[in-house]
Each structure stands twice: as structure tokens, then as C-alpha cells.
Design a protein around this ligand. Structure first.
Ligand SMILES: NC(=O)c1ccc[n+]([C@@H]2O[C@H](COP(=O)([O-])OP(=O)(O)OC[C@H]3O[C@@H](n4cnc5c(N)ncnc54)[C@H](OP(=O)(O)O)[C@@H]3O)[C@@H](O)[C@H]2O)c1
Length: 315
């Protein structure tokens, strides 16, 4: 049965680019569904740095096809609440997750039934996990593929405790690598819990690695600026085995990887590992929609451990 009452959505939106103070909760009327559209009632929206980076940069927003006014966020999980007249792929009540750029921090979203990031949530996977995995999961998976680590290799991960790093570190450890992960001193215990040896980022990183690394570093992933990539180069890691995800101009020879490089089965495979208790998607904090500002400010602090989520079912 279609939920014909769900034509309004409460959404975090901005009317113009600038500061994140431009963001506000707005009630928006959604049009009736076109024949091939579905309405997803969102339960959880996961936050990523790119969400606030888009509000702050019209140039970046353009890359993602976003113009103001716009909604906010990307990662979501929820349930199909209504289907268009021609939809065959989905039924009302199906649990789904994925990415809806500029639309996910809301009580509902309208998507094409073939939207490329609309997936069935596997049994045994919570909305909280599925709702934060789209960007960080695809990116961690793409970086792990690009690094192609071998059993026993020593791998340096910059920002090992962040949203991407928390998943990547576990994937590398699962592949048999020994991982050294950078973070602040306060994150050392958390990084250890992911299976890595923690080391502090900062000017002393290269010296600290020379003093403490147990053998030569074979590969590196930089998930925050370029310090880890430059340090790895200085330590003799071949550029072709260094990956960065956030530098527009990576140091010479270093490989730039994006979440969009992930294979189509990346998310289902990660969730299989989660269901088998072989991977965790750590969630640092969950906020209500009303407290969206605190959630975004926490995400924007750049010191998140794992993921920040918004429970959109609680207004
Ligand atoms: N190209 C792509 O497709 C793609 C995809 C996803 C993300 N990204 C970008 O990659 C970056 C990481 O994403 P994310 O979701 O993992 O971010 P995140 O969750 O916000 O990362 C937070 C982590 O960064 C660490 N950190 C803070 N300052 C650092 C520094 N100076 N050096 C090293 N680590 C530092 C923090 O450690 P402490 O708390 O211990 O300080 C924290 O664990 C973001 O800039 C994002 O925009 C790009």
C-alpha cells in the first residue's frame, strides 16, 4: 500500500552558499511521484565532510551538480514509503539505503527507482549501519583496492580513525597488512581498537616513523591533506603505492582515488562482512533532526572517530 500522506518532507536545506549557518530545517512539499519514482522515508542520515564542503564552496557543489537552494547530505537508510505507478523493482516496506546527494538529511526523499545509489538493505544490517556507509564505505573500498596490499606488508594510513579511515584500516588488517595509523594522541586507543599501531600526525611524523616502524613501509593512504603522502615519499615508499583521497593536486606520481572508483559490489561486500561480524562501522554519535546543527558542527570539527549520524525519525 502506498503511503499517500507523505507529500511533505522536513529537510535541512540552504538557500545560498556560504557558512553552515545558512542551513535551516524547512518543510518542503514533495510533488506526486512520477511513474518510475519512489518515495523513501529516511530513518538515518550519515554525515560526511563533503556535505558541509558543498555548502561552503559553490565550485565544489557544481562538481556534484548542486545549485542553491538545495537540501543537505548524502548517506541515508530507510524504507520505501510509496511507489510510482510503473515501479516494478521496489515495494512499499522494502528497506533501502544509499546516497542521495543534497537531499538525505530529511524525513523523506524522492528518487528514481533505478537511482544508482539505491540498494536493498540486507537482513541483519541496522539502518544505523546502512545509513552511514555510502561515501565512507565506497571510498575505503576503492582505496583498499588501489593499495592491493599483500600479506605482512607494513602500510601507513593517515587519519586512520576518521569515517573513511575506520573502515579502511580494518580492511587492510583483514588483508593481512600491518597498519600504522595516524591520529591525535587522544585517538590512539581507538586506532588500536581498529587493529592498527597508532602514531601521532604532525611535523614529527617522519622522525617518529623512522624510530618506530617495524620494517620498511610498503604502501600508504593519505586521508587528510598531503602530510602522510609526503612523509611516505620521504621514507622511500614508491609513489605508485601511495594513495590520496583529498588532494586535487597529489604529489607527483601519487594516486588520487575517489569513492566513485569503487566497484559496484563494494557496499554489498562490506555489509556482508558486517553481517558476519568481520567488520564494524563505528558510529561516534547519533543526533536528532532538531539537533542537526550540532551534528554538522561535530562532523566539521575534523576530529570525528568513525561516523556521525542523524536519526531522522525523531523530529
Ligand atoms: N575523494 C573522495 O571520494 C573522498 C571521499 C570521502 C572523503 N574524502 C575526503 O577525505 C577526508 C577524510 O574523510 P573522512 O570522512 O574520513 O573525514 P573525517 O571522518 O572527518 O576524518 C576525521 C579524522 O581526521 C583525523 N585528522 C584530523 N586532523 C588531522 C591531521 N592534521 N592529520 C591527519 N589526520 C587528521 C582525525 O583524527 P583525530 O580526531 O585523532 O585528530 C579524525 O580521526 C575529508 O577531507 C573528505 O572530504 C574524499
Amino acid at each position: 500500500m502506498a503511503d499517500t500522506h507523505m507529500t511533505d518532507t522536513t529537510a535541512v536545506r540552504f538557500d545560498r552558499f556560504g557558512e553552515i549557518t545558512e542551513l535551516a530545517l524547512q518543510t518542503v512539499e514533495q510533488s506526486p511521484l512520477a511513474p518510475h519514482q519512489v518515495r523513501v522515508r529516511i530513518a538515518v542520515a550519515g554525515l560526511n565532510p563533503v556535505d558541509w564542503q558543498i555548502v561552503e564552496s559553490e565550485t565544489l557543489a557544481k562538481v556534484f551538480g548542486i545549485t542553491a537552494p538545495s537540501g543537505y547530505g548524502n548517506d541515508f537508510a530507510g524504507v520505501i514509503a510509496e511507489t510510482g505507478s510503473e515501479v516494478v523493482r521496489w515495494r512499499v516496506g522494502d528497506r533501502v539505503f544509499g546516497g542521495a546527494r543534497g537531499a538525505a538529511v530529511a524525513t523523506s526523499v524522492v528518487l528514481d527507482e533505478k537511482h544508482r545509489s539505491l540498494h536493498r538493505t540486507p537482513d541483519g544490517i541496522s539502518d544505523l549501519t546502512a545509513g552511514v556507509i555510502d561515501i565512507a564505505g565506497r571510498t575505503a573500498s576503492a582505496v583498499a583496492d588501489a593499495l592491493a596490499v599483500r600479506e605482512g606488508e607494513l602500510v601507513l594510513v593517515g587519519a586512520a580513525g576518521g569515517g573513511v579511515g575506520s573502515i579502511l584500516t580494518q580492511l587492510l588488517v583483514r588483508s593481512g597488512a600491518r597498519v600504522i595509523g595516524t591520529g591525535s594522541a587522544a585517538s590512539a586507543e581507538y586506532i588500536t581498537s581498529l587493529g592498527a599501531q597508532p602514531i601521532e600526525y604532525g611535523a614529527q611524523l617522519e622522525d617518529a616513523l623512522r624510530a618506530s616502524a617495524d620494517g620498511p613501509i610498503a604502501a600508504a593512504a593519505d586521508l587528510h591533506g598531503v602530510q602522510t603522502a609526503l612523509t611516505a615519499l620521504a621514507l622511500g615508499v614508491p609513489a605508485a603505492r601511495i594513495v590520496t583521497i583529498e588532494s586535487e593536486e597529489p604529489p607527483s606520481g601519487v594516486i588520487a582515488v575517489n569513492g566513485s572508483d569503487a566497484t559496484p559490489d563494494a557496499l554489498p561486500r562490506l555489509l556482508e562482512l558486517v553481517a558476519a561480524d568481520e567488520l564494524t562501522v563505528p558510529i561516534e554519535s547519533v543526533y536528532t533532526l532538531r539537533d542537526f546543527r550540532q551534528a554538522i558542527e561535530r562532523q566539521r570539527s575534523r576530529h570525528v572517530r568513525g561516523k556521525v549520524a542523524i536519526d531522522t525519525s525523531v523530529a
